[in-house]
Design a protein around this ligand. Structure first.
Ligand SMILES: [Zn+2]
Ligand SMILES: [Zn+2]
Length: 438
C-alpha cells in the first residue's frame, strides 16, 4: 500500500490524506490530534495468544472463590457469581444485573468473540458470522470493567480487614491477571489488519471494498497538509464506521446506513445527538441526588443497625486511617460522576451555542470523560463484595441500600450520554465560521 490513503478523523471528521503508517508508528489527526491509525506488528497473532490466555484466566476467575472472611473460626468464601446471587436474593436485582453484565457477561463475550474471530483466521479460514461477532466485541469492550472490579476488591479487602481476618482466594489473583491480559488482547487487535485478512480469506466478490471505491471515485480535493477550508467527511457524504474504521459513501439524502463491512450503524452525525445527550444528562442529574442522600449500605449487627451513604463511607475510611482509599473512593464515586455531568453539560451547551472557542481542548475533555466514566463503578463493586461476605446472621449482616440502584443508574446514564454526544459537532461550528469568512 504505497499510495496515500484517505483518512477521516473519528473525532473531528476532518478528511486528510495520510502517508501509510510506518511500522510500529501512529498517524494522528492534523486538526484535533486524535489517533487515526496505529501500526501493530504481528497484531492478530499477539491478540490471539492473549485471548487464549484470557479464556483460561476467565474460567479460573469465575470458578474459584475471590476472598474469604474468617470470624471465630467460621470461614465465609465467595465467588463472583455467588456475590451476584446474594444481591439478587436480597431484592437488589438491578445491581445484581449490572454487576453480572459488567464483570462476567461482557468480559466473557469479549474473550469469546475475539477467539471466534481469530482462531479461524489463524488457520486461513474466514470466521463464521464475522460482522456480527465483530460488532458484539466492539459493544462489549467498553462495558467489561475487570480493572474497576480489581480496584473495588482491594477497597473491600481493606474495609473487611477492620472486621475480621481476610483470606484471599485464587480468583483474586487470576482476576488481576485477566485484567492485564484482556487489556493487552484488545489493544493488540487491529481492526484494519483483521478485515484485510478476512478479505483475503473469503472470495473477493463477497467483500465490499468501499475504501477503494471512495478513493478511486469522486476523490475529494484535499490537497497538501492543511487545506484552507477543512474538508470533512460529511461534506463529501462519506462516513467513517466507528467500529471497524471503514470509509463508506452514504446514500444520498440518508441520515443513517449500515456499514457494508461490519454492519454497525453509520451516521454522518449522530441523530439528535445534543437533545438525546441532554435527556440522559438530566436523568443522571436527578438521580445523582438520591444516590448521595439515601443510604447505600445497611449494616445490622449486635449493636444495632447503621445506614451508610457514599459520603459517610468515605469519612469512615478516612477516620479509620486509610486515607489513600478514602481519597480514591471520593474521586471515583463523588467527584468523577459530578465532573462528568458538568463536563458533558458544558460540551453539549457550548456545542449548541455553536462556540468556536478552543475546539481542540473541548475534544480532549470529551475523550477524558469517555475514559474515566467507568471508574465510578468502583463503589458498586465494593458494596457487592461486602454484601456477599458479611453474612453472619447473628453477628453482622450487610445489605445494599436504595442509593446503590440510583448510583448505578447515574453511572450507566452518564456513560450512555457520553456515547450519545458526537464530538464532530464541536468542529462543525468551526467550518460554518470558516465557510462564511470566505
Ligand atoms: Zn481530528
Ligand atoms: Zn464497520
Amino acid at each position: 500500500m504505497k499510495r496515500a490513503e484517505l483518512l477521516v478523523c473519528h473525532d473531528c471528521d476532518l478528511m486528510q490524506r495520510g502517508a501509510s503508517c510506518p511500522p510500529g508508528g501512529t498517524l494522528r489527526c492534523l486538526r484535533c490530534n486524535a489517533e487515526l491509525e496505529r501500526d501493530l506488528p504481528e497484531s492478530l497473532g499477539r491478540a490471539l495468544a492473549l485471548a487464549l490466555g484470557a479464556l483460561v484466566l476467565f474460567v479460573i476467575s469465575n470458578l474459584y472463590p475471590i476472598v474469604g472472611l474468617s470470624v471465630n473460626g467460621n470461614l465465609v468464601r465467595t465467588t463472583l457469581w455467588h456475590a451476584v446471587e446474594i444481591l439478587y436474593l436480597d431484592g437488589m436485582w438491578p445491581i445484581a444485573a449490572l454487576v453480572f453484565a459488567t464483570t462476567i457477561l461482557m468480559p466473557g463475550m469479549q474473550v469469546m468473540c475475539l477467539l471466534a474471530l481469530l482462531v479461524p483466521l489463524a488457520v486461513g479460514r474466514a470466521p463464521w458470522q464475522a460482522p456480527l461477532l465483530f460488532r458484539a466485541m466492539y459493544i462489549a469492550r467498553p462495558w467489561g470493567m475487570t480493572e474497576v472490579l480489581i480496584l473495588g476488591l482491594l477497597v473491600a479487602l481493606v474495609k473487611l480487614s477492620h472486621i475480621a481476618t481476610v483470606v484471599t482466594g485464587v480468583a483474586l489473583w487470576s482476576f488481576g491477571a485477566l485484567m492485564l491480559v484482556l487489556a493487552g488482547a484488545s489493544a493488540a487487535f487491529d481492526a484494519r489488519q483483521f478485515w484485510s485478512r478476512v478479505a483475503r480469506a473469503t472470495q473477493p466478490a463477497n467483500v465490499p471494498n468501499v475504501t477503494t471505491d471512495v478513493a478511486s471515485g469522486e476523490a475529494p480535493r484535499a490537497r497538501g497538509e492543511r487545506a484552507a477550508v477543512p474538508l470533512t467527511g460529511a461534506a463529501c457524504g462519506i462516513a467513517r464506521c466507528h467500529a471497524c474504521g471503514l470509509l463508506a459513501r452514504m446514500p444520498a439524502a440518508a441520515h443513517a446506513a449500515a456499514c457494508p463491512r461490519c454492519g454497525s450503524a453509520l451516521h454522518l452525525r449522530k441523530v439528535a445527538s445534543l437533545s438525546r445527550t441532554w435527556a440522559l444528562l438530566v436523568a443522571a442529574m436527578v438521580l445523582y441526588v438520591p444516590a448521595n442522600v439515601l443510604p447505600v449500605m445497611d449494616t445490622s449487627s449486635l449493636f444495632g443497625t447503621q445506614k451508610d451513604t457514599i459520603m459517610s463511607g468515605v469519612v469512615y475510611l478516612w477516620v479509620s486511617g486509610s486515607w489513600p482509599l478514602a481519597l480514591l473512593v471520593f474521586i471515583a464515586s463523588i467527584a468523577v460522576p459530578m465532573l462528568k455531568i458538568l463536563g458533558l453539560s458544558y460540551l453539549t451547551w457550548s456545542t449548541q451555542r455553536r462556540w468556536t472557542w478552543l475546539p481542540e481542548q473541548r475534544t480532549r475533555i470529551y475523550r477524558l470523560i469517555e475514559l474515566v466514566g467507568r471508574w465510578s463503578m468502583l463503589d458498586i463493586y465494593v458494596i457487592t463484595m461486602l454484601v456477599a461476605l458479611v453474612q453472619f446472621n447473628a453477628l453482622a449482616t450487610i445489605k445494599a441500600g436504595p442509593a446503590a440502584i440510583a448510583f448505578g443508574a447515574v453511572v450507566i446514564l452518564t456513560m450512555f450520554a457520553a456515547n450519545m454526544f458526537d464530538p464532530r459537532l464541536i468542529w462543525d461550528a468551526m467550518e460554518r465560521e470558516n465557510g462564511s469568512a470566505r
